[in-house]
Design a protein around this ligand. Structure first.
Ligand SMILES: Nc1ncnc2c1ncn2[C@@H]1O[C@H](COP(=O)(O)OP(=O)(O)O)[C@@H](O)[C@H]1O
Ligand SMILES: [Mg+2]
Length: 512
C-alpha cells in the first residue's frame, strides 16, 4: 500500500518525472494503472517503449525517445495523464533526451501530466537529478503474496494445511513477485504439484538474492536446538516463542519478538544458540558481517547499513545474526572514537532501528565480553532479553558430552562414562569439551583403535581451559551478571548465582 500511496501523492503534487527502479516491470505497471484509475480525477495511462512506441490515441514514435517526449509535451495539459516510459534509463545519458526532459519537466510542473520511468536499474545522470524523483517498489507484502498463493493454489487445485501454507508464505517473503512465481513454477514442474517441497526451492531463490549484497550472508542453519547441551532457561524461552511469527500469533495480538543478546566467554555456545534459533523457528538466518560493514570509503558504511536494513526487512520474518557485537563496535562506549565517527554513526543507526523497527526481524546478537560493549546496547527496549551464558555446570557438561559423543558414536554412547567425564571437565566450555573429544579420537585413530573415556580424560588433562587463563575476566563477568542486569541462561547458573549472593561470592558454580 505504501508504494501506491506515495505514487499518488507524487502525482498529485505535480512531480514531473518519477523513476521506479525495479526488475518487476509488469507489477510496477499494474500498480501505476491502479493508482491512475483510483485517483480523483481518474488519469489516463499511456505507455511507450522503444519497439512499439505509444499505445492509445497518441502519435506512436517508436525508436525515437525525443519525439516521444515531444508528444507528451503536446498532450493537453488539462487532461490528467500518466506517461509510462519503459527502459528509458538507456536514453538518459543522451544529451538530446536529457535536454528534452528538462524542457518538458517545466511544462509538466504546471500541467496534470506525469512521466513515470520504469527500468530494471537505477541510473540518473547528475544533470537530471533535479527533475527526477526515485520511488522504490518494495517486494510484495505478505497480503499480496497471500492472494498470489491463493490464486496459484486454486489453479493447481491444491489445498495446503494451515502450517504448510504459513511456512510457504514465510519463505516467499522478501522476494520479488517474478521470483516467487519462478520458484513456485519450478516446484510444480519438479514435483507435479505444489506442497511443502516448494519451500527449499523458494529459499534457494532467496539465497541467490542475498548473495548479491556484500554485508549480509544467508546462512543455512543446520544447528538445531537438540545440538545445545544445557542452557535450559534459554532453550525454554526460545521454544515458547517458536510460533511467535505465525499469522496465528499476529491474530492473537502478540507483538513480534525483537531480539536477544547472549553474553558469555568464548566457546559456551552463544553462536550455536543464535543459529539454532533460526532453525527452531523455521526462519531464514541472515548473518551481518560487521567488519565488512565498517570497511570501505567514507559514506559507504552508512549506505551499506541502510541497504542491510532494507534487505533484512524485505526478508522478514527472519533472524538477523550479529555475532561478536563487542568486537565490531569495540571502543565506542568510551570517549575515544577511532575512525572519524563512522562506526558511531553506523552503530547509532542500527540501535535506533532496533528500537523502532516494526518489521519482524529478530536480532540474535552475541558478545564475548561486557566491558568493551557500548553501554547503549544494554539499555532497555533494545532486546527482549539479555542472557548470560556461564560455564556449563556438572549436569550441563554431561549433556554436552552426550550431544557430541552422540554425533560421532551414535550407537556407542552407553560405553562412555558420562559422569566421570562431566566431573573431570569442570571449568571446560562446550567448545573445549568438543575439542577434547576430537583430540581423543586422534590419539586412538593414530593407533587404529576405537576411542573411549580414558582417551578423552587424557586429552582433557593436556588442555588448559580458558577458564583457568582468563579466570579474572570471567569472575568480573559473573559479578556483572549477578548484579541483575541480565538473565542466566541456565537454571543451574541461576541457583549458583543465588548461592553466590547469599554467601557474598559469585564465583564458579559449586561442584555437585
Ligand atoms: N552448550 C553447548 N552444547 C553443545 N555444544 C556446544 C555448547 N557450547 C559450545 N559447543 C560447541 O562448541 C562450538 C563452538 O561454540 P560457539 O557457539 O561458537 O561458542 P561461542 O559463540 O559462545 O564462542 C559449537 O559449535 C559446539 O559444537
Ligand atoms: Mg561465537
Amino acid at each position: 500500500m505504501v508504494f501506491e500511496h506515495e505514487l499518488d501523492l507524487l502525482i498529485r503534487s505535480s512531480y514531473p518525472v518519477i523513476y521506479v527502479p525495479t526488475p518487476e516491470e509488469e507489477r510496477a505497471e499494474h500498480l501505476v494503472s491502479y493508482v491512475a484509475q483510483q485517483g480523483t480525477p481518474a488519469r489516463e495511462v499511456y505507455t511507450w517503449d522503444f519497439v512499439n512506441g505509444f499505445d492509445g490515441d497518441l502519435g506512436r514514435h517508436p525508436g525515437n525517445p525525443v519525439n516521444a517526449l515531444g508528444e507528451i509535451e503536446k498532450a493537453r495539459p488539462d487532461i490528467p495523464a500518466v506517461f509510462v516510459l519503459r527502459d528509458f534509463h538507456r536514453f538518459l545519458d543522451d544529451i538530446g533526451v536529457a535536454r528534452k526532459i528538462r524542457n518538458v519537466s517545466r511544462e509538466l510542473r504546471t500541467s496534470r501530466k506525469t512521466i513515470v520511468i520504469i527500468a530494471p536499474s537505477l541510473r540518473i545522470p547528475t544533470d537530471l537529478a533535479e527533475e527526477i524523483t526515485v520511488l522504490d517498489l518494495k517486494p510484495p507484502s505478505a497480503q499480496e503474496i497471500d492472494s498470489e498463493l491463493d490464486s496459484l493454489l486454486e489453479q493447481v487445485k491444491v489445498r495446503l494445511s494451515a502450517g504448510s501454507r504459513d511456512a510457504l508464505l514465510k519463505a516467499c517473503q522478501g522476494l520479488m513477485m517474478t521470483r516467487i512465481r519462478l520458484g513456485l513454477a519450478r516446484a510444480v514442474a519438479s514435483y507435479g504439484r505444489l506442497d511443502e517441497r516448494a519451500i527449499p526451492l523458494i529459499l534457494e531463490e532467496k539465497k541467490q538474492h542475498i548473495r548479491r549484497t556484500e554485508v549480509l550472508e544467508f546462512w543455512p542453519s543446520t544447528e538445531s536446538i537438540e545440538d545445545i547441551g544445557g542452557l535450559d532457561i534459554l532453550k525454554g524461552w526460545l521454544e515458547q516463542r517458536a510460533a511467535a511469527f505465525t499469522s496465528e500469533a499476529r491474530d492473537y495480538g502478540l507483538p513480534n519478538p525483537r531480539g536477544i543478546l547472549l553474553i558469555g566467554i568464548q566457546g559456551t555456545g552463544k553462536s550455536l544458540s543464535a543459529k539454532a534459533t533460526a532453525s527452531l523457528w523455521q526462519l531464514p538466518l541472515l548473518r551481518l558481517d560487521i567488519g565488512r560493514l565498517m570497511g570501505g570509503l567514507v559514506g559507504e558504511s552508512e549506505a551499506k547499513t541502510r541497504e542491510m536494513i532494507r534487505i533484512s526487512e524485505a526478508m522478514s520474518p527472519c533472524v538477523l545474526f550479529l555475532d561478536e557485537l563487542d568486537k565490531g563496535f569495540a571502543g565506542l562506549g568510551s570517549s575515544f572514537v577511532g575512525d572519524s565517527g563512522t562506526s558511531a554513526r553506523v552503530f547509532g543507526t542500527i540501535l535506533t532501528w532496533m528500537e523502532e523497527k516494526t518489521a519482524p526481524v529478530f536480532i540474535a546478537a552475541t558478545a564475548n565480553s561486557v566491558e568493551s560493549l557500548p553501554s547503549e546496547v544494554l539499555r532497555k527496549g533494545r532486546f527482549d532479553e539479555i542472557f548470560f551464558i556461564d560455564l556449563p555446570s556438572d549436569r550441563e557438561r554431561r549433556e554436552i558430552f552426550s550431544v557430541h559423543l552422540g554425533k560421532v558414536r551414535p550407537n556407542r554412547l552407553r560405553d562412555f562414562d558420562l559422569d566421570a567425564l562431566a566431573f573431570q571437565s569442570e571449568g571446560f566450555s562446550g567448545a573445549e569439551i568438543e575439542q577434547a573429544i576430537y583430540e581423543a579420537m586422534h590419539f586412538a585413530f593414530d593407533q587404529r583403535r576405537e576411542f573411549g573415556t580414558e582417551d578423552i580424560l587424557r586429552a582433557m588433562g593436556l588442555t588448559v581451559p580458558l577458564s583457568k587463563t582468563a579466570s579474572e575476566r570471567i569472575r568480573r563477568m559473573q559479578e556483572w551478571a549477578g548484579s541483575g542486569r541480565c538473565r542466566p541462561a541456565s537454571s543451574d547458573a541461576a541457583q549458583a548465582g543465588l548461592m553466590g549472593q547469599l554467601f557474598g561470592d559469585a564465583s564458579l558454580p559449586p561442584r555437585q
